[in-house]
Design a protein around this ligand. Structure first.
Ligand code: ZN
Length: 154
């Protein structure tokens, strides 16, 4: 298998940056492997890598609506301090599992602490972020039967 296509196991190294060129994620010399065509990675990135071969380098920019979506303002809430009793000090950047009204746990991060309340944001950390990937294709091989059945790399 020389080119990336459906049912290829692809190894990549990548650096992910935002519009401000801050590094959000990077493989740092480790190869990240995924099964092509199995929704293992963001659709826009997967389609950009289609047909690439080992050694190819790709720069891929993905708008929020094709990545983790725009920020949903309904997931940003200001809560009274008394909901945080039992925690010594609530700080910006702290993460919690929050129980929604329907009882679903979801992941929130503290974005602001003020005298009259604590603001939490339940959006995905990459919501509203334009993603800039620098990808190098390191390896390509045909997936094993079991990998195709399971939809992931073994
Ligand atoms: Zn499996």
């Amino acid at each position: 298998m020389n080119h990336i296509g459906k049912n290829a196991v692809v190894g990549v190294e990548y650096v992910l940056k935002n519009n401000e060129s801050e590094v959000l994620d990077a493989t740092d010399g480790d190869e990240f492997q995924y099964l092509h065509g199995a929704n293992n990675i963001i659709a826009g990135l997967e389609s950009a890598l289609e047909g690439c071969k080992v050694g190819d380098k790709k720069q891929v920019t993905i708008e929020p609506k094709h990545a983790y979506g725009e920020k949903n303002p309904e997931l940003i809430q200001k809560l009274p301090h008394n909901l945080f009793t039992g925690i010594d000090k609530v700080d910006v950047g702290m993460q919690f599992e929050w129980q929604t009204e329907k009882g679903q746990p979801h992941h929130v991060v503290v974005t602001e602490v003020e005298d009259d309340g604590v603001t939490i944001d339940g959006n995905h950390e990459l919501a509203g972020v334009t993603l800039h990937f620098d990808v190098t294709i390191m390896s390509i091989r045909a997936a094993e039967k079991a990998e195709i059945e399971h939809g992931h790399v073994h």
